[in-house]
Design a protein around this ligand. Structure first.
Ligand code: ASP
Ligand code: MG
Length: 411
């Protein structure tokens, strides 16, 4: 007998019919003898609908009131699911975040969980009930309703699993697991049986939006085994774990991540003196622009070029700041380029294998793709390339690192 926390996202509870299917699924686990805590999101589209309502009153609704309102989406689905469970003979009870005291700080619309009192849930489980908890919401010390940020139900699920020392936290969604890359780009992408937290964080932050990043961080920190599964298809899903298997068959690269939302900025001919990087990036960060990759060239004639990437939405803002800096520093010119994209290979296997980066560069060279920037970490190599070659690059790398599904599978 295991204790399992199951989280169902908005599309999985998007209609009464679907909620009844979720109930049937939960019943199956219960009939197996497992203790189940279910966390649900609001019906798909509901949170957006509520936010739109608030925006009809004010462009910037008071955050406390916004939380009071958007938290109602989840209050509806917990009650419906509890009813659906009881209807098929499964004892169940629903709780809002405040009722079971998911204590958060007071940062409305982006609150952080501080503590969860698991007593009430334990009592209900002992009494033989399935406990259905509202995702995305909590309560602060003063009793105000808070929410955890968009997609926050994943975090609720993981936090509950940690507090209850659950055997597994299962995230049910509309895909059947985490893939080696986006199957829309590479038809031979494969579902991974397993991936480490570290790899998942890299994949998630680079654009595979299967899980909320914060939830993955949380799960890693508290060693909560996390599994991503399809709500309505059978299958093992993908397990996200701590352990790195050192087996011979373990591929060196687990996945290819990519991001189209990059923009590149270069300031040319800046004096090569101490403090230059700070003089350039200080004002950029003061303008609230987050910088991703950075490259500074070796100086020639006592001047150098300095290049960095930002999110495409920040491009114009960053360009303006940079033009001001260039004038002040007497730099030669500022060049910008939004038609760039980032491609990364991710894998813990890199730690124990040499030559991974050169294999990546070789694969890109074969396709005649020019690399504009490179950055590396222990488990990742990223390159910036011209955006129009992005799909070609991802496909070439997927093949080069032997991630393609065997013929007959995948396609
Ligand atoms: N309902 C919330 C949202 O749409 C939380 C969630 O779905 O995880 O962001
Ligand atoms: Mg979600």
């Amino acid at each position: 007998m295991a204790l399992i926390v199951q989280k169902f996202g908005g599309t999985s509870v998007g209609s009464v019919e679907r909620i009844e299917r979720v109930a049937a699924k939960v019943k199956k686990f219960r009939d197996n003898g497992d203790d189940i805590v279910v966390v649900v999101s609001a019906m798909s589209g509901e949170t957006n609908r509520l936010i739109d309502l608030a925006k009809q009153i004010s462009e910037q609704p008071v955050a406390r009131e916004l939380d009071v309102m958007v938290s109602t989406g989840e209050q509806v689905t917990i009650a419906l699911l509890a009813m659906a469970l009881m209807k098929i003979g499964v004892p169940a009870v629903s709780y809002t975040g405040a009722q079971i005291r998911i204590l958060t700080d007071s940062a409305h619309t982006k609150a952080r969980i501080l503590q969860i009192d698991s007593q009430q849930i334990q009592k209900e489980l002992k009494a033989g009930r399935v406990v259905v908890v509202a995702g995305f919401q909590g309560v602060d010390e003063a009793g105000n309703i808070t929410t955890l940020g968009r997609g926050g139900s994943d975090t609720t699920g993981v936090a509950l699993a940690a507090a209850l020392k659950a055997d597994e936290c299962q995230i049910y969604t509309d895909v059947d697991g985490v893939y080696t890359t986006d199957p829309r780009v590479v038809t031979k992408a494969q579902r991974l049986d397993k991936i480490t937290f570290e790899e998942m964080l890299e994949m998630a932050s680079l654009g595979s939006k299967v899980l909320q990043i914060r939830a993955v961080e949380f799960a890693g920190k508290y060693s909560v085994p996390l599994r991503v599964l399809h709500s309505f298809q059978e299958g093992p899903g993908t397990l996200i774990t701590l352990d790195e298997e050192e087996s011979m068959e373990q591929p060196i690269i687990s996945g290819i991540a990519f991001n189209r939302d990059e923009a590149k900025l270069t300031i040319r001919g800046v004096p090569d003196t101490p403090g230059v990087a700070f003089k350039i990036l200080g004002p950029v960060s003061a303008a609230n622009v987050e910088v991703d990759m950075i490259v500074q060239n070796v100086a020639h004639d006592k001047t150098t070029d300095f290049t960095f990437t930002v999110h495409r939405n920040d491009y114009h803002n960053a360009l303006q700041v940079l033009e001001g800096i260039a004038r002040e520093m007497g730099a030669r010119e500022v060049i910008g380029d939004i038609d760039v994209a980032k491609v990364s290979i991710v894998g813990v296997g890199m730690r124990s294998h040499a030559g991974v980066a050169s294999r990546m560069f070789e694969a890109l060279a074969k396709e005649n793709i020019n690399i504009q920037m490179i950055s590396t970490s222990e488990i990742k190599v990223s390159v910036v390339i011209e955006e129009k070659y992005l799909e070609l690059a991802v496909r070439a790398l997927h093949t080069a690192f032997e991630l393609d599904a065997p013929a007959g599978k995948g396609e």
